[in-house]
Ligand binder design. Structure first.
Ligand code: 3UK
Length: 542
């Protein structure tokens, strides 16, 4: 092990420093709000736990699950005990990476925070990943230690067999004598946070990349707090009395922020639930009297027709992210719940949401404006700032930004200090940002540029349609044609006549050249664990 970490760093293992992109390839970082002025030394877990307890939150509920409620004090004590297990039993050093595996539950949350507090680097992974995918992450981030929730043991063990780099695994939610809970019981409840630099890496989040090797995005202690001090303060305006709920896994930064970091930052509470369906999420909102919900657009779409069966009177704010929010879904949710959806675009590279709007500021169809602390622009093909109304590449910067772990693709994401998210966007004269498509999802048919999501929104308005994905498929005459994959509502039989009817319906609502020349009915659409449509699979005919 080398010690080339930067002077003052708490990292005794310099892996993160050795594998950050060179400084000149980082995006520009801007700290334009007073709340973003952090001290040079900062441990984000100490800020979220010790400081909150000192400020009088100790007896408030931090985490809830169907089985238990943890106060801030009990969360702090459990985190301290786990941090001791990391240091004293597992002999981990600051800077070591720790793989984390588990569904959303209080122990998973505590393990992530304990890794931060011990100055190690958390590498949370999506619960559904298989041994092969885990192996790629273990090798890439050189991970020698893992904390894994007991139900995920089988896949963890096969990854371990194939990847000797992983030397130790401790299981949590595990009754056995070697399990985390038994080890914790033998530890005192105090632990002094490792005195990290604000710029010491504490989190490596792997993207759910659709193609190629997954990319590890590296984030600092400061970044973890910066996302809490941006979107939740200015747009969401959450406070200590809020009860957060939702579906995204804690291993996805959308969930890590929305269901753990944001609530802790303000002394609020988070409901952590495993394996939610639209129905059980609605039921849980009613049961836990949740006030803020985070999930993906398709979940809201599926919840809308069921909402009337539940008491959602506690619910005040709903956040949609992960993919574009079709206006038809925004409308359906508004009709069902009375709530104006807060759409927000975020990215693993940026850690969380950077363009959004709430309440009166919302313009249906637009994602919103850059949130305070972030700047955005649209770049044309020459890398110049495009005029309002011109579709181009979305570029953003703020206090957080892309730093890939040893990856050539850093140069594709960061250009002249801007983060390029890979999205085609348009800014209007009022500064609102309108999502068009993923840049590589734009369809070019007979010379026309067509954005799939716009066609999807038009198809989704048809009364027989439950879900829809639109892609370009190769066509000799037109280069590409627009093809819609459609899931029908229950009880709607597929037929050629219905396909024709949907085509006519779309032609009547948007420019006719955009209508889907081909329609295929499917029982379901391919999606990632985070609810994103996998359009590439449809293009490849899977
Ligand atoms: C797309 C959206 C339109 C967009 C994420 C909130 O999704 C998150 O991170 P990922 O790395 O994907 C990033 C890409 O997803 N996208 C996300 N939100 C929207 N497109 N409208 C939206 N509202 O293509 C973006 O580049 O998986 C979302 C918070 C944290 C996150 N990591």
């Amino acid at each position: 092990m080398t010690t080339t970490a930067r002077p003052g760093s708490a990292h005794l293992d310099s892996f993160a420093y050795d594998n950050l992109p060179p400084r000149e390839q980082w995006p520009e970082l801007i700290f334009s709000l007073p709340e973003l002025e952090y001290p040079e030394r900062l441990n984000c877990a100490a800020e979220l736990l010790d400081r909150m307890c000192e400020r009088g939150c100790a007896e408030r509920i931090a985490l809830r699950s169907p089985a238990e409620s943890w106060t801030y004090r009990s969360l702090l004590e459990n985190v301290n005990r786990i941090a001791r297990v990391l240091q004293e039993d597992m002999h981990l050093l600051p800077g070591n990476r720790v793989l984390l595996r588990g569904a959303n539950n209080p122990m998973m949350a505590a393990c992530i925070l304990a890794v931060f507090k011990a100055g190690c680097i958390a590498v949370p992974t999506m619960p559904l990943l298989r041994a092969k995918e885990l192996g790629a992450i273990l090798d890439k981030a050189e991970i020698a230690a893992a904390l894994c929730s007991s139900p995920l043991r089988a896949e963890m063990e096969s990854a371990r067999e194939a990847h000797p780099v992983l030397r130790q695994v401790v299981y949590f939610n595990e009754p056995g004598p070697q399990g985390m809970e038994a080890r914790m019981a033998a530890k005192p409840a105090e632990f002094g946070a490792v005195d990290t630099l604000a710029e010491d890496v504490c989190l490596i989040s792997f993207t759910s990349g659709t193609t190629g090797m997954p990319k590890g995005t590296m984030h600092f202690h400061r970044d973890v707090l910066a996302i809490c001090d941006c979107f939740p303060r200015s747009v969401l305006q959450s406070g200590a009395d809020d009860i957060f709920i939702g579906t995204p896994p804690l291993a996805f930064t959308f969930g890590l922020g929305g269901l753990l970091l944001f609530p802790l930052r303000v002394g609020a509470s988070a409901v952590l639930l495993e394996k939610l369906t639209p129905e059980t999420l609605l039921k849980s909102i009613a049961e836990f009297k949740a006030t803020i919900c985070f999930t993906a657009p398709t979940f809201y779409r599926q919840m809308a027709p069921l909402a009337k069966n539940f008491d959602l009177s506690s619910l005040q704010k709903t956040v949609s992210a992960g993919e574009a929010l079709p206006v038809s879904t925004r409308d359906a949710w508004h009709k069902a719940s009375g709530l104006v959806m807060i759409d927000g675009i975020g990215a693993t590279e940026m850690l969380h949401i950077f363009i959004s709007a709430a309440g009166e500021q919302v313009r249906a169809g637009a994602t919103g404006k850059p949130i305070p602390g972030y700047q955005a622009c649209v770049l044309d093909d020459n890398g110049q700032v495009a005029a309002p109304g011109v579709v181009g590449r979305l570029a953003v910067k703020g206090p957080t930004g892309c730093r890939y772990l040893a990856d050539e693709r850093q140069k594709n994401y960061v250009l002249n200090g801007w983060n390029l998210t890979g999205d085609a966007y348009e800014m209007d004269a009022d500064g609102y940002y309108w999502y068009r498509a993923r840049s590589d999802d734009m369809i070019i048919s007979a010379g026309y540029n067509i954005a799939g999501p716009e066609v999807e929104d038009a198809v989704l308005r048809h009364e027989a349609v439950a879900e829809c994905a639109v892609v370009g498929v190769a066509d000799e005459e037109r280069g590409q044609i627009v093809k819609a994959y459609v899931v029908l509502k229950p009880g709607m039989p597929a037929s050629d006549a219905l396909a024709k009817d949907i085509q006519t319906f779309v032609k009547n609502s948007i420019a006719p050249y955009k209508y889907p020349r081909a329609i295929e009915f499917r029982a379901a659409l391919p999606r990632t664990e985070t609810g994103k449509l996998q359009r590439f699979k449809l293009r490849d005919g899977v």
